[in-house]
Design a protein around this ligand. Structure first.
Ligand SMILES: [Zn+2]
Length: 131
């Protein structure tokens, strides 16, 4: 099973309690997984921010939406792409405005991600919110 070290966000085996990459005692961290993801979205390393955006999207974490919106202005292109894809996947309409702004991003990759997210969000907007 896939699991992540909540200190360095390396992928680890779910059975491991000590991260083989950074030595962190994964089970000693008392925060909830969602709290850890929320704080890791502000991690100093862009690769980590991007990876955690992706995780938040896969878990459809609505609680992460405000921070994901913040990440749509991240200085790193790949973080912006990952944040936009996550917002499209979560499908929270609060993201529509920020996604719209990213449709004019200077990076083609970001514009493409923004267009993907916008089409998913507008599909949701036209049928009403699922939750
Ligand atoms: Zn680690």
């Amino acid at each position: 099973m896939r699991a992540f070290c909540t200190s360095c966000w390396a992928e680890v085996d779910a059975a491991q309690s000590i991260c083989p990459v950074c030595g962190f005692d994964i089970r000693s961290d008392p925060r909830s997984y969602d709290d850890k993801i929320a704080s890791a979205l502000r991690h100093p390393l862009p690769e980590t921010r991007a990876r955690v955006c992706e995780l938040a999207g896969r878990r459809r974490m609505r609680t992460a939406v405000p921070i994901l919106i913040e990440r749509t202005t991240d200085p790193d292109t790949y973080v912006r792409v990952a944040a936009l894809d996550a917002l499209g996947e979560i499908g929270d309409l609060r993201a529509l405005g920020p996604v719209e702004r990213n449709c004019r991003d200077r990076s083609l990759l970001v514009r493409e991600a923004a267009l993907r997210a916008r089409s998913r969000l507008s599909a949701i907007a036209s049928v009403g919110s699922p939750g």
